[in-house]
Design a protein around this ligand. Structure first.
Ligand SMILES: Cc1cc2nc3c(=O)[nH]c(=O)nc-3n(C[C@H](O)[C@H](O)[C@H](O)COP(=O)(O)OP(=O)(O)OC[C@H]3O[C@@H](n4cnc5c(N)ncnc54)[C@H](O)[C@@H]3O)c2cc1C
Length: 479
């Protein structure tokens, strides 16, 4: 018995900037394309457009050039013969030795479906990275990405007063967006150093552009009485059943706390984020080769110059190949599409090539900037020593650091072994949150430069409803 499949020339998984750019080029040139995304509408993490009923309420509208271009790209899809299936989470990919393969997942109506194509582009993007601290599971402690989604997608403020903490570009941007939306942000705490940030400015024009954006956000926060402090980490979030206060501590360059510098600050809402990690699970499950590069966000899908993965007919584009920002994601989407256009012999290679030339050429400094942003997103290693044993690290299975630490101390750094021994990573999120945490802990404990391989990924890569199995449409053939 096998799943009944619908056939396409190209299937694209992920409708962020990378997937959308690829879809626009391929569909515009006449290829039969299916674009799948688990979100309610296309756009990914960057192009968040409120649902029609909520549009009036949405408080934040990005005004930068790249965002405007992205929105135009979204609008241009309406004129194309492109099949987009939103609210469809892809659960597995079975590669075909001839190229491409079968993709299957749960659709909007809660049913399982499968699709087949000789060319598949994986463009699943990235998610936030979390560093646990005591009390981080308390209601009132949320991620910076969640705050952004509330503001941009629904026009909701998480609270009137929000503390923001973490490193990388998102926390300060979110603090500025919160202020614009009318919230008070009394404190923004960044565990990295100011001088470290200044270092980025030597790396070219694009870094100055980003720095100007950061200064704008900082000014917004300060004009409303807020303060941005560097080399400050969260020691603890406290409260009975809800966040009531945050304990901060000053740290040195390596993350060691400065004795006597603890401060207790009343808080009802704390937004935290520490950079991004690529969503590699689907590629990993299919058997695509991965590689480790801390300057690209950790484990990424290995691609060649044409965005081919190690499997025939399977390409990867955007942040699953490395955290590098919106422009690079868009550019990669187009390059992956171009590689397919050449193979499909749509007879329009020249048109595609001309289109590719019109894209902003990637400047070297943009790639430099991506590296620096990833470096600024990694908090000092000493922060791991601040995590007490009773801190939960796997939220699904309630596994504490104290349950993992003895294994690490006895030299167990293999994540599968840690998972089998402790159940960390066995819950519904399948290690999406605790996987990168375990990786960092094992890396710190082994004092190695590279972390161990990531937790293994198997299909289904995401949880789905059992009821979807009941009315499965199959071909009826026996295997
Ligand atoms: C939380 C967060 C907030 C961000 N905010 C900003 C910002 O404010 N400004 C900025 O410049 N950059 C921001 N970025 C970075 C920005 O998203 C990237 O630079 C760029 O847009 C990435 O494009 P992408 O196409 O690679 O991935 P994404 O835009 O992440 O798109 C990936 C898409 O894949 C879909 N997907 C993933 N897995 C599956 C699956 N199994 N089945 C179906 N669909 C799937 C997701 O739903 C998503 O729509 C943010 C990133 C994150 C993670």
């Amino acid at each position: 018995m096998s799943l009944k499949t619908a056939a396409y020339q190209v299937i694209i998984i992920g409708a962020g900037l990378a997937g959308l750019s690829a879809a626009e080029m391929l569909s515009g040139l006449g290829a039969k394309v299916l674009l799948l995304d688990e979100g309610m509408q296309p756009g990914g993490q960057y192009l968040k457009r409120p649902l029609p009923l909520l549009r009036r309420l949405a408080t934040i509208h990005d005004n930068d050039k790249m965002h405007k271009k992205g929105m135009e790209l979204l609008d241009s899809l309406n004129g194309l013969e492109l099949e987009i299936q939103a609210c469809t989470q892809v659960l597995g990919l079975e590669p075909d030795s001839q190229g491409g393969g079968m993709v299957w997942g749960e659709t909007k109506d809660g049913k399982l479906s499968a699709w087949r194509a000789p060319h598949i582009i994986l463009a699943a993007g990235a998610r936030e990275r979390f560093i646990p601290f005591k009390g981080w599971t308390l209601p009132g402690v949320i991620s910076t990405g969640a705050v952004q989604l509330m503001l941009k997608g629904s026009g909701i403020l998480p609270a009137d007063k929000v503390m923001v903490a973490g490193c990388g570009p998102l926390p300060l941007a979110v603090a500025g967006e919160l202020v614009k939306a009318g919230a008070r942000v009394p404190h923004v705490w960044d565990p990295t150093g100011f001088l470290q940030k200044l270092g980025t400015l030597r790396k070219g024009a694009i870094a100055w552009e980003k720095a100007a954006q950061a200064i704008k956000y900082q000014a917004l926060v300060m004009l409303k009485g807020g303060r941005l402090r560097h080399r400050v980490a969260i020691l603890e979030a406290r409260g009975s059943g809800q966040l009531e206060e945050v304990v901060t501590v000053r740290i040195n360059r390596s993350g060691k706390p400065k004795g006597g510098s603890e401060r207790v600050i009343p808080a009802r809402c704390l937004a935290v984020g520490h950079g991004f990690v690529p969503n590699i699970e689907l590629a990993q499950q299919a058997g695509c080769e991965l590689e480790y590069d801390a300057d690209r966000g950790g484990w990424v899908v290995r691609v060649d110059a044409g965005l081919n993965t190690s499997l025939p007919g399977i390409y990867a584009a955007g942040e699953i190949t490395g955290i590098a920002g919106a422009k690079i994601s868009q550019n990669q989407g187009c390059r992956a599409a171009y590689a397919i256009v050449k193979k499909l012999e749509l007879g329009k290679v020249l048109r595609a090539s001309a289109y590719l030339d019109t894209l902003t050429m990637l400047r070297k400094d943009e790639e430099h900037l991506a590296v620096l942003i990833n470096r600024l997103s990694i908090p000092p290693a000493g922060l791991w020593d601040l995590v007490p044993d009773n801190t939960i690290i796997c939220r699904c299975e309630d596994i504490t650091f104290g349950q993992v630490r003895p294994l690490l101390n006895s030299g167990v750094y293999d994540l599968s072994e840690l998972k089998r021994s402790t159940r960390a990573g066995m819950g519904p999120c399948q290690g999406r949150t605790c996987g990168p945490i375990l990786e960092a802990l094992a890396q710190a404990a082994s004092r190695g430069k590279e972390p161990p391989p990531p937790l293994p990924a198997r299909a289904p890569v995401k949880p789905f409803r059992l009821s979807a199995l009941l009315d499965l449409e199959t071909t009826g053939d026996k295997k």
